[in-house]
Design a protein around this ligand. Structure first.
Ligand SMILES: [Zn+2]
Ligand SMILES: [Zn+2]
Length: 345
């Protein structure tokens, strides 16, 4: 079978690999229909974090090809969304709604063979995979299902963690796919005013489509000043931090009003951020790795009903043969997010 093959910094090519096999009776084998490149895949691509050579990727949707003897809820032919981490559904963390912290779970990339390929093995298939009812879907719908594998759920986790309420004024720091999905999420939870921090005209357009009411294109202290001015010097009820850098976190805390919350889902790469800046403002910081499995059923319903369209974040579509370009386009910021068509539904 064909799959993305990570060969070190700046190099992801198409490779040949053995087909995955059922290893545990709770496994399923998925024929991948769509996969995509994650912002976090770029850390490996850019050499910021280490990744073993070989298969890579963790966001996918597909059709069940084969199931182990203990899989009860799913059968071959079922169309499913895979959250980016698999989970057993039975441990204390899963039962508490934090399947991303499952004590037996792991990322599809680290714990299996990697999601960007023709076939993928899912451990704990019943607990992990979410079945999509129906079979006749538009390209747009398939793109939105793929976004539920990670970015839409991660953006939603920022909004949930920040406890956004009806009528709130909020800001989103970061205009990548997660930041844009955080705008959808803030609107879903009833935020009245949504300030998107973005310098990129194409991303500003998507932000507005998703529900942003104001755009702040400044950065750093100038972005804080501009946002404070928009909020009569008070600041926002919640800031959704979707980057993970020192500057993004300092901006998020800087624009949040006293007593507000920063919903943080940008994977932390802080070196200098000081918690004191949040402490002295009574600003809470909450967030982490999104329990995508917890959110997919609700967000899937929103997609199926046409209430949200997170697939709009994909602005480059390619096939597995062009996996190198899918990475390069995101690395060079020519694309917000790359969708990879692997097979027909
Ligand atoms: Zn991801
Ligand atoms: Zn668990």
């Amino acid at each position: 079978m064909k799959a993305a093959n990570f060969q070190g910094k700046g190099k992801v090519v198409l490779g040949d690999f053995p087909n995955p096999k059922i290893q545990e009776q709770t496994d399923a084998i998925i024929r991948v229909v769509r996969t995509c490149v994650c912002g976090s895949d770029l850390w490996y691509y850019r050499g910021i974090l280490d990744h073993e050579t070989g298969r890579i990727g963790h966001e996918l949707i597909g059709v069940i090809e084969e199931v182990g003897g203990d899989v009860k809820e799913l059968k071959p032919g079922d169309f499913v969304i895979a959250p980016f981490k698999f989970s057993d559904g039975t441990c204390a963390n899963c039962l508490a709604g934090f399947q991303s912290n499952c004590i037996h779970g792991a990322s599809f990339s680290a714990g299996t063979d990697g999601g960007q390929g023709q076939f993928v093995r899912s451990p704990y298939a019943d607990a992990t995979l979410v079945k999509v009812p129906g079979s006749d879907f538009s390209e747009e719908m398939l793109a939105s299902f793929t976004a539920l594998s990670d970015v839409m759920c991660t953006g939603y986790h920022a909004a949930i963690s920040a406890e956004i309420k009806e009528g709130d004024t909020i800001a989103v720091v970061g205009d990548g796919a997660v930041g844009l999905c955080a705008i959808i999420s803030a609107k879903k939870l009833g935020a009245k005013r949504i300030i998107a921090l973005s310098r990129n005209p194409a991303r500003q357009e998507v932000a507005k489509e998703f529900g942003a009411t104001d755009i702040v294109s400044e950065r750093g202290q100038a972005a804080i000043d501009a946002t404070m001015k928009l909020t009569d010097g008070v600041g926002v009820n919640a800031a959704l931090e979707c980057v993970g850098s020192d500057e993004a976190m300092e901006t998020a805390v800087g624009i949040t009003r006293a007593g507000g919350i920063v919903g943080a889902v940008g994977v932390p790469n802080y070196d200098n951020f000081k918690y004191q800046s949040a402490f002295w403002k009574n600003v809470g910081i909450r967030g982490g790795i999104a329990p995508a499995r917890q959110y997919i059923p609700e967000l899937l319903e929103d997609v199926l009903k046409g209430r949200i369209n997170p697939g709009r974040v994909f602005d480059l579509t390619t096939d597995l043969e062009h996996i190198s370009e899918a990475y390069a386009a995101m690395d060079e910021r020519r694309a917000i997010k790359s969708l990879i068509k692997v097979s027909e539904l």
